[in-house]
Design a protein around this ligand. Sequence first.
Ligand code: CA
Length: 441
Amino acid sequence: MRRWRKNLFRTAGGFMMVLPATVALAQAEYDGRFGIFNIQPPAPQVSVRTDSTHPEMTPMALATAQANFAYCIEQLWPQAARRGISRRTFDTQTRGLQPDMKIMELLDKQPEFTRPVWDYLDDLVNDSRINAGRAAIAQNRATFDAVERAYGVDRYTLTAIWGIESNFGPQGGDRPVVQSTATLACIGRRQNYFRDEFLTALEIIDRGDVPAELMKGSWAGAFGPTQFMPTAFKRYAVDFDGDGKKNVVQSIPDLLASTANNLKKTGWQSGASWGYEVVLPANFNYMLAGRSTKKPIHSWEALGVRRVGGQPFPRRDDVASLLLPAGAKGPAFLVINNFRVIMKYNPSESYALAIGHLADRIRGGGPIVQPWPRDEAPLSRSERIELQQRLAARGYVLGDADGHFGPKTRDAIRDLQARAGMVPDGFVSVKFIDWLRRTER
Ligand code: CA
């Protein structure tokens, strides 16, 4: 993550999740979706180096913003009043409030090294989390029964989100939401967005849904065990235990129902999977990979795509895309509607894959069958920038060489792979950049 970029803010709950101690900023994605603002969960970053290529603000601007902070907050009172927030709540929450300038540092971090998808999945989907998930289901069986009936979202997916966001802990972060969102409401590039989050956080406190002292979370303001942003809370949170409060921090029924409601309202299809691991035939046309190509599963079958293990697809008319998280040498997946819904929760293919796979494992499914190309070293940030510069030198029209791979970069890589007689899977490793260097004209 990153600096603020376009299409950043998912609006559903839970995005921007940071676990304490693992502010894994800019967990760069194998699939190149760098432009999206989300913070990947867990995964301690090794060898993180930061640079200041894209400083959020100059030191002078930061100092000025800090000095003006109290004034900036007070300027928000009329908007707060229009939302019905009491002056008492406003004062209690903002009196003496200082900006959390550490957030501004976090915003600027650009990790040099990113973790390959297989390491990411190893960290998030493992026996301890699977067992903890099964225990959570056993302990809350009646609640899950009721939530499934009410929202049609299965307990395994909900448990996977809960487990990955907070490891079934009480919080997904320990930064006060009011302070974080107030800081970002007055300093930095996304002030308008965060003013809404800040004021909404005050509304939640004013209504008494969640006790103010428990409104803690990621530095971006996501809170509770499944990491609701304040505005996502406002949109999706429900009072499922009937005590009059939507308390997604302390009430497991409210937490699970609110998370389920979020998925339901963003298009969850009851009774369907997220996707399937599949095997591709020899001579498969890899240009068909990627979420932009959608075909009914029976069309994929006609192309020779099969489920691992040979079981039939349960729903052959579902529209699916083919994902190759590690290129042609790694596992392949057909992903359907619910995968895209999980991506609305956190716009990352790796994240959605982790949630889907963990859900399957908690349900009793087996591990991913096909091996990952674990000997492939992913590109560092500087190598990504170098790759984009080398593509531009070869005549490909890209945007800025910023290390963030968008569709243009991916298309250029595939085109070059195809021209060079390689498998055009868009996956690049250190080997690919070595090849580019060697063949530079
Ligand atoms: Ca409640």
